[in-house]
Design a protein around this ligand. Sequence first.
Ligand SMILES: Nc1ncnc2c1ncn2[C@@H]1O[C@H](COP(=O)(O)OP(=O)(O)OP(=O)(O)O)[C@@H](O)[C@H]1O
Ligand SMILES: [Mg+2]
Length: 362
Amino acid sequence: MLDILHLSKTYGSAHALTDVSFSINKGSFTTILGPSGSGKSTLLLNVAGFVAPTSGDIRLEGRSLLDVSAEKRNFGIVFQGYALFPHLRVHENVAFPLRMRGLSKADIEKKVKQALELVQLQPYAERYPRELSGGQQQRVALARALVFDPSLVLLDEPLSALDKSLRDSLREELRHLHKAVGMTFILVTHDQDEALELSDSVAIINNGRLEQFADPATLYNAPASRFVAEFLGKSNFIPVQAASGAPDAMTLQAAGQNLRHSQHAPLPGNTSNNRMVLALRPERIRLVNGHGVDGDANVVAGEIVDLSYRGADIGAAVRTDLGLLNVRLDTGGLHAMPRIGERVKLSWSASAGFLLPDDGAQ
Ligand SMILES: Nc1ncnc2c1ncn2[C@@H]1O[C@H](COP(=O)(O)OP(=O)(O)OP(=O)(O)O)[C@@H](O)[C@H]1O
Ligand SMILES: [Mg+2]
């Protein structure tokens, strides 16, 4: 178990991290997601021991790491701009952590070969880093971080310079490796799909603060804030003026209409200031033509004002009294192609949306 406890880091008057706390289970895969400059690398650098926190603690199996040097922490790391040794060939770079740990020559050879196979760089073993592309260098760094079977692996955007097919295959390898070896992974990424696909838990950081730490399904279906709902996937946000009734049978007032709503997750704490939004994913809204509407469904009329064809689905923007709603239509389920200017009815079930405090994120 790795515990991040009230971690703060300031640079002069700039707050890179503010009171961040969460705990990572041994053997789990955690990603850190957030906009550029939100503090993701700072968080990882603190865990690695390259940066000391201004306040707070980091504990591994209950023991504070703050007085343990970066080398002694024994973590596998790939950092943004964390360079390879320029004077060492690829295989020597990857062998370095093993030499440091005094492994036998035969073991080193075997493990380096495996690690280079993992990142598909066996043919480049004899090259120097300057003779490799940026993406190839990144893969050598990844091999070097994993080769000594560290208990904790810290990766800061290790796949960012790779093309899509290589990234997909390395992502698969990471997932496989994680399952097979049981290392604990902490990965910083900008890629939401990567985060949702790989992770047991995701920490969403915004402006140095932890917005939410949860499993992917909870983040997607029960976001703690508008920021999270906006950052992960697409959402419509319908301003809600008032809410009444029990959580599983609420009536929401939005633009003079009553909407049915039910929510099993706890309602957000500070809804008392009445600034709330109903977050509604585009794929949870259906196009209906009078029949086939469930008893507890909401129905809203509107006009299609924009369409974007994307193959398997169509994105439709529909102007309604509740505002412009984005709807994702599954082409397989459509009787006829929608047209711009068409009057339509939209429907969603009472449990399709999620009520949130309106923190005004855009
Ligand atoms: N050594 C430093 N001195 C001063 N400010 C710093 C330093 N390192 C980071 N910062 C600031 O702290 C904030 C967080 O930076 P950090 O590198 O953690 O962001 P990030 O989330 O990793 O961003 P990116 O996605 O662009 O890599 C930024 O505003 C950055 O300018
Ligand atoms: Mg960074």
